[in-house]
Design a protein around this ligand. Structure first.
Ligand SMILES: [Zn+2]
Length: 206
């Protein structure tokens, strides 16, 4: 199984007719936020595979040339605060970044993110009963605290995501939000989970 993950920046090789030849063997697409909805709709219309996303802190309504107002990407399933089974994988999502501006959408305090995890917990426990495991892949916009995050207020990761990995042991946590250039680490093992910074795109073999 091949998964294409995208986040934070439009990739020319994906937003072009070459997408079909380059990614014809992709079984699923995951998006970790801060991407134009029109880009995501292009991806799903070209690849025609299951697509799941969470919102990033920069997501906002988008006005298209033909007069549509997009508040979400058509053809995509919002994974925030829920889990789904797709192609044999258990997927879950937690949107947004740490709160650094009052009242801005898709931003959460550490306590609010802990509450979102708590609300997701019954569904994870049900997965454990029915499938023998809590979750395979968690997609988030923000990185966990201390892993691929930064010290400035807007890019600090969530401690709640560390506790999530310690308790529910997904195989992957895919995140965006942190634009990575150069040699900084993009893959970090934390307990049973490989934390991957998706920015701007990544192919994951399951
Ligand atoms: Zn962001």
């Amino acid at each position: 199984m091949k998964i294409l993950a995208v986040s934070d920046r439009v990739v020319k090789g994906i937003y072009s007719s070459r997408i079909c030849e380059r990614f014809s063997d992709v079984d699923m697409v995951l998006a970790c936020g801060d991407l134009p909805y029109t880009y995501l709709e292009y991806i799903v219309s070209m690849l025609n595979v299951p697509c799941f996303y969470v919102h990033g802190n920069h997501d906002q309504p988008e006005y298209t040339a033909n007069g549509r107002t997009l508040t979400k990407p058509g053809g995509w399933v919002n994974l925030d605060g829920r889990t789904v089974e797709a192609r044999g994988l258990l997927l879950g999502g937690l949107e947004g970044s740490i709160r650094y501006r009052p009242d801005a959408p898709f931003q959460y305090t550490e306590g609010e993110m802990a509450h979102k995890v708590w609300r997701l917990t019954p569904a994870l426990l049900m997965n454990r009963v029915f499938y023998g495991r809590y979750l395979d892949i968690l997609i988030t916009h923000s990185p966990p605290f201390g892993i691929h995050d930064d010290t400035d207020r807007a890019h600090r990761g969530f401690k709640a995501l560390l506790r999530f990995m310690a308790r529910f042991r997904p195989r992957y946590l895919l995140h965006g939000h942190k634009h990575a250039y150069g040699l900084e680490s993009l893959r970090t093992q934390y307990k049973d989970t490989e934390v991957i910074n998706v920015y701007p795109s990544r192919v994951i073999e399951w």
